[in-house]
Design a protein around this ligand. Structure first.
Ligand code: NDP
Length: 407
């Protein structure tokens, strides 16, 4: 165990935080004490009040600007948590990591660092903190949401328990939910639209056996995939951050790709907004005021945290994994299906926040209880997947394994 502190500090109070905090409260025997801090304290207070009413658990709240390292260090110094769970935005990853090493506390997040001025997401700057974490004697668990997160755990579980060698992975992310709006995003609009409007990319070994990144135009590659319990949905190849760590950590891999479903209405709106410049991330002048188009758009769009009551339908997210077991070709689909309304009934949030917030709580639990230990910066697939898979079964994200024909 890294330190003698007790309790956890959760930073950020959006849709994902709501689920993670409710789930931590449901696991208060493990976490002992919960403090929720964010920029807008009224959002923390609203979550606190609901948790007291629904779970009968009392949590503390605080206000903090997570871009400000000294402010974070001071808050962590007062709260003295064993683990900090970052469910603010990816822009805050580096500052919160720095505050954790300065105070000797473990760190967990759900999305890799992005610079606000550059729509480029990669692990480089977080991996560069390896020595900093080792020296501080603490650990960072990167990407403990669903994707990244559970998808990495599914791959690690397959590597550790189902295959002798894994050759191909396709991560399939289907949200077949309907919120009734012509256009809305299911998590932070700025982060979501930056991800979807970027070029696609996947990793493949060339004829010389050297892994290389193949770039595609945004939404250029489409397949129609049949998702169990959901049906056939158009799925588009995107770059997604877990590809960067999985291509290093899964042995024998020849190709890894990521697909996400989008309806026609979403794509038409997004392309139109892009064509008129509303997805821009550089400042423009409007009537003497500087505004960033995508930030203004996020102000206009429905708050993802408000979609819970009106979203119906299911999500199905998983990994199609092909490889070798006992000298024979083997192919499986490991997946979870979630129902938006059931998630809402339990936590007050729709399934996209739910499928992220539950694994954020489980990853935090793995560190809190010392089940996953070590010093440094880790991606989720570097740990023993079994205890995490067991928790998924009992904490609301049960998974299944389908054997697929190897053709
Ligand atoms: P929201 O926008 O709903 O919430 C973000 C929260 O962070 C808000 O409460 C916001 O405060 C707070 N925040 C932002 N900046 C600061 C700051 N400087 N200091 C303190 N608090 C701040 O986002 P989501 O809940 O939808 O997403 C949360 C995270 O989860 C994101 O990083 C997202 O990328 C990640 N995610 C990961 C997924 C996965 O599967 N791995 C899937 C979906 C999301 P305020 O209310 O004042 O704006």
């Amino acid at each position: 165990m890294t330190n003698t502190n007790t309790g956890i500090l959760i930073i950020g109070a959006g849709g994902v935080s709501r689920v993670a905090t409710v789930k931590c409260a449901m696991n208060i025997d493990t976490f002992e004490k919960i403090t929720l801090a964010s920029r807008t304290i009224s959002k923390c207070e609203a979550i606190r009040d609901e948790i007291l009413k629904n779970q009968g658990v009392s949590i503390d709240v605080a206000s903090v600007d997570a871009d400000d390292v000294p402010a974070l260090v001071s808050l962590i110094g007062q709260v003295k948590p064993r683990v900090v769970l970052n469910v603010a935005l990816p822009y805050q990853d580096l500052t919160i990591m720095d505050a954790c090493t300065q105070t000797g506390v473990d760190y967990v997040d759900t999305a890799n660092y992005e610079h606000p001025d550059e729509a480029k997401f990669e692990y480089k700057e977080q991996w560069a903190k390896q020595e900093q974490f080792e020296k501080a004697g603490v650990k960072a668990l990167l990407g403990s949401g669903f994707d990244p997160g559970v998808t990495g755990v599914f791959c690690a579980y397959a590597q550790q328990n189902l295959f002798d060698e894994i050759n191909y992975i396709d991560i399939m992310d289907c949200n077949a939910g309907d919120h009734g709006y012509p256009f809305a995003t299911n998590f932070n609009p700025e982060i979501n639209l930056r991800e979807v409007s970027a070029n696609g990319r996947y990793w493949e070994k060339n004829d010389e056996g050297v892994g290389e990144w193949i770039e595609t135009k945004p939404l250029e590659i489409r397949i129609d995939h049949d998702y169990p319990e959901v049906g056939v949905k158009p799925s588009y190849l995107l770059y997604h951050e877990e590809l960067e760590s999985l291509c290093k950590n899964i042995k024998g891999l020849k190709r890894i790709r990521f697909f996400m479903t989008f309806g026609d209405s979403y794509i038409q709106h997004m392309k139109c907004l892009e064509n008129v410049g509303m997805l821009g991330i550089k400042e423009v002048e409007h009537k003497g005021q500087k505004i960033i188009p995508i930030e203004f758009l996020a102000t206009l769009l429905p708050d993802p945290a408000s979609l819970g009551p009106r979203t119906v339908g299911k999500t199905n997210i998983g990994c199609i994994i092909t490889g070798i077991k006992d000298g024979k070709k083997k192919k499986v689909y490991i997946y979870n299906t979630c129902d938006h309304q059931e998630c809402y009934k339990e936590t007050g949030a729709q399934a996209v926040s739910y499928t992220t917030g539950v694994p954020a709580m489980i990853g935090t639990k793995m560190l809190y209880k010392g089940i996953w230990d070590g010093k440094g910066v880790f991606n989720i697939e570097e740990f023993d997947a079994k205890p995490f898979m067991d928790e998924l079964m009992t904490q609301g994200l049960p998974w299944k394994i389908l054997d697929l024909p190897t053709d």
